[in-house]
Design a protein around this ligand. Structure first.
Ligand SMILES: [Fe+2]
Length: 540
């Protein structure tokens, strides 16, 4: 999102004991020591299935095998999946080759596992074990599940602060999955998008990422963050990208933050960014590189993860927003999404939706709010009434999707959204639904660290101006039941057969690694309804 905005601006198990590893290696003839020194970027798992999980790590086998270097030896990596943290009972194991062609990353789609089961995993090479990761498989497709809890995050800007949100989620110990809605990393050079202009910690490379080497180095930097490593090592993730994994306000043929004349071909840049992403992220990709996909948690819920950047039409201006030829999903993804939602037999249909789908009218807002809000949304201060980078810029697709839900009487759809850096609880209405019968609920999590309203106003969080702004937005947009424009943090989603509920937690100070977090709001939706209800205290 946000062109002008961006311009201006446990872990216990992660360090499995040497004794543990020696015990296992004795039994399994694997690596003998557990220093982890060759594994500097942590371990991760993703996209759980009832019988499998995707495992990830990155190996630094020699001093010269640095991320992005393109050099280093071809090596063989051992991997193990066990039913216990001591690796006494192995469930699966094997070896895999890696080398400089894939930046010494390792991705293993493990199968043959038991459903709804916690596993521990690790990698070995040349006498060392990686840190130990913990993960879990999904339930059987027809299993009756009482509850799942998901951590929900987006917009982790390295230079704007620390990833305390990841630490707080890792320390909970009650999550089945982390859903990351994009902007896992940012492409900017140092100082181009920091914390209200102040660089909390410097990115590498220090210039804007353009080449394969650049993107690999940036991914590697993020993977050195201890809080990020802790959350990856403790729970599987389901990830999608937004724009900054390539460049700001990306669409299928370009991006706001890409200049073909001086920054090369956009297609080459996308290919480089996508290749590094596929190497460095624990995400399953299709044969054509597609990452929109669906996960399932028994009969309780499925989760459709969307890609709203790869196939979208060029950003619109004026009446183009209503052009039925323009798309945010692309035809194939829209057909897949519509079919998946309408035919699902899961109680809840969750949608990992990088960009806000609820309408946001800003035309009636006063100038003092329209300025910073326009900056955040990337809209002119005095003109547009819509943020055309969101679904608001693609009315035909939004209407097509919502009309399809109405036509099929598809209920219990909940959009999980990021991108906008602020916190929202929305009832999704269109001209087809009317005000009192929303088609779905939408829960929007704030940025983990990226700037938002008070950062642009140059004021502290929770100032009276931001509070007033929230009220004005709500009065202009009655489908917005709650919004908070200053806080950075994360969400925790609980799904039960009876209700789906999001709790929002905000960080005390994003610029401090050890910062605390506090519960700021909870909103729930009951099965059969898309009306939201406020909750007064956090989930226990
Ligand atoms: Fe962002």
């Amino acid at each position: 999102m946000t062109n002008s905005l961006d311009r201006r601006t446990l872990l216990r198990i992660a360090g499995a004991s040497a004794g543990t590893a020696v015990l296992a290696s004795t039994a399994l003839a694997g690596p003998a020591r557990a220093t982890g020194s060759a594994f500097q970027h942590g371990v991760a798992s993703g996209d759980p299935l009832p019988d499998g999980i995707l495992l990830w790590t990155r190996l630094t086998p020699t001093e010269d095998s640095q991320p992005g270097s393109g050099v280093g030896p071809e090596v063989t990596v051992t991997w193990q999946v066990a039913a216990d943290p001591d690796f006494a009972t192995l469930a699966a194991q094997g070896t895999v080759a890696t080398g400089p062609a894939r930046d010494h990353t390792v991705k293993i789609p493990v199968s043959g596992l038991a459903p709804a089961t916690t596993y521990w995993f690790r990698f070995g090479h040349a006498g060392t074990w990686s840190p130990t990761g913990r993960t879990m498989t999904a339930p059987e497709a027809d299993a009756d599940i009482d509850r799942i809890r998901l951590g929900v995050v987006s917009c982790a800007n390295w230079e704007a602060g620390y990833f305390a949100a990841y630490r707080h989620l890792a320390e909970r110990g009650d999550l089945n999955l982390v859903v990351h809605l994009g902007d896992y990393l940012y492409e900017y050079g140092t100082g181009e998008f920091a914390a209200g202009g102040t660089v909390v910690r410097e990115v590498q490379p220090t210039h804007e990422t353009l080449t394969l080497q650049d993107y690999r180095v940036r991914h590697a930097l993020y993977k050195t963050d201890p809080d990020l490593q802790a959350l990856h090592a403790s729970v599987p993730w389901a990830i999608t990208w937004d724009d900054h994994e390539v460049a700001n306000d990306q669409w299928s043929g370009g991006a706001e933050n890409h200049t073909p004349g001086t920054e090369g071909s956009f297609a080459d840049r996308v290919a480089a960014a996508r290749r590094a992403y596929a190497e460095w992220m624990p995400v399953r990709t299709g044969a054509d590189g597609a990452i929109y996909r669906r996960l399932r948690f028994g009969r309780l819920a499925d989760l459709s993860m969307l890609d709203l950047r790869t196939y979208r039409s060029e950003p619109a201006s004026g009446l183009d927003i209503d052009d039925p030829e323009r798309t945010i999903t692309g035809a194939a993804q829209m057909a897949w999404l519509k079919a998946g939602l309408a035919t699902s037999d899961a109680q809840w249909k969750l949608v990992g939706n990088p960009i806000m789908i609820s309408r946001l009218d800003v035309g009636a807002l006063p100038a003092w709010l329209l300025g910073p809000l326009g900056t955040l949304l990337g809209i002119p201060e005095n003109g547009a009434v819509l943020n055309t980078d969101q679904w608001d810029g693609y009315n035909a697709d939004r209407n097509e999707l919502i009309d399809h839900l109405l036509a099929n009487d598809t209920r219990d759809v909940v959009f999980l959204t990021g991108d906008i850096h602020t916190s929202w609880a929305n009832e999704l209405t269109t001209k087809s639904t009317g005000r009192d019968n929303p088609a779905a609920a939408e829960f929007v999590v704030p940025s983990m660290t990226s700037d938002n309203i008070n950062d642009f106003l140059g004021m502290r969080e929770g100032n009276t101006l931001s509070d007033l702004a929230s009220g004005v937005i709500r009065s202009t947009n009655p489908h917005v039941r709650w919004t908070e424009l200053d806080g950075h943090g994360y969400g925790v989603l609980e799904v039960t057969p009876q209700q789906c509920r999001m709790d929002w937690f905000h960080l005390v100070d994003r610029t401090q690694r050890s910062t605390g977090s506090r519960f700021v709001a909870g909103w729930s939706v009951s099965a059969g309804s898309s009306r939201l209800r406020s909750e007064s205290s956090p989930l226990s």
